[in-house]
Design a protein around this ligand. Structure first.
Ligand SMILES: Cc1cc2nc3c(=O)[nH]c(=O)nc-3n(C[C@H](O)[C@H](O)[C@H](O)COP(=O)(O)O)c2cc1C
Length: 132
C-alpha cells in the first residue's frame, strides 16, 4: 500500500484547498507526491483511491498514474465523495491509462467511510478480489 500525499501539503482551510484545486485543474498541474513512489512492476491489479475534488480525482492522481505507468494492470478506482459519487473518475482513468483495463469503481459517501467495511467487502467480492 502506498499513500499518495502532496509534497506541498494542502491547506486545512476548505476554501483555500478548493481554490488550489481549481488552479491545479485549470493549469493541468501535476502536484508533486511526497516520498518515493514505489514501482508497480509485476502487479496485475491496482486499487486506486482518492477523495473526489470538483467531480473528478484530484490532479495528484494524474501525477501518480503518469509516474508509475500502470500499463497492463487492471485498475479498480474507489473514492469518497460529498455529492458527486464517482463523478468523472472512470472516464478520467480510461483516458489517462490507455494501457490499463479500468474495472468497476466504488464510491463511498465521506460520512460513511468509517463504517463502510461491508460495502467494501461486497465490492471486493464483486470485482473478484475476494472469494464469493
Ligand atoms: C477541493 C475539494 C473539492 C471537492 N469537490 C467535491 C465534488 O466536486 N464532489 C464531491 O462529491 N465532493 C467533493 N469534495 C469533497 C471530498 O470528496 C471529501 O472531502 C473527501 O471525500 C474526503 O472526505 P472528508 O472531507 O470527510 O475527509 C471536495 C473536497 C475538496 C477539498
Amino acid at each position: 500500500m502506498f499513500r499518495i500525499e502532496a509534497e506541498d501539503p494542502y491547506p486545512d482551510i476548505y476554501e483555500a484547498t478548493v481554490a488550489r484545486n481549481v488552479a491545479e485543474q485549470n493549469s493541468e498541474a501535476r502536484p508533486a507526491i511526497k516520498g518515493v513512489i514505489p514501482s508497480i512492476e509485476g502487479y496485475q491489479t491496482v486499487l486506486l483511491g482518492c477523495g473526489i475534488s470538483n467531480v473528478e480525482p484530484p490532479m495528484i492522481m494524474r501525477t501518480f498514474v503518469e509516474s508509475v505507468d500502470p500499463s497492463g494492470t487492471t485498475i479498480f478506482p474507489f473514492v469518497t465523495y460529498a455529492v458527486s459519487g464517482l463523478g468523472r473518475t472512470i472516464d478520467d482513468y480510461i483516458r489517462l491509462c490507455p494501457g490499463s483495463t479500468i474495472g468497476d469503481g466504488l464510491a463511498i459517501h465521506r460520512e460513511e467511510a468509517a463504517d463502510a467495511e461491508a460495502e467494501v467487502d461486497t465490492w471486493l467480492r464483486t470485482i473478484g478480489l475476494l472469494p464469493p
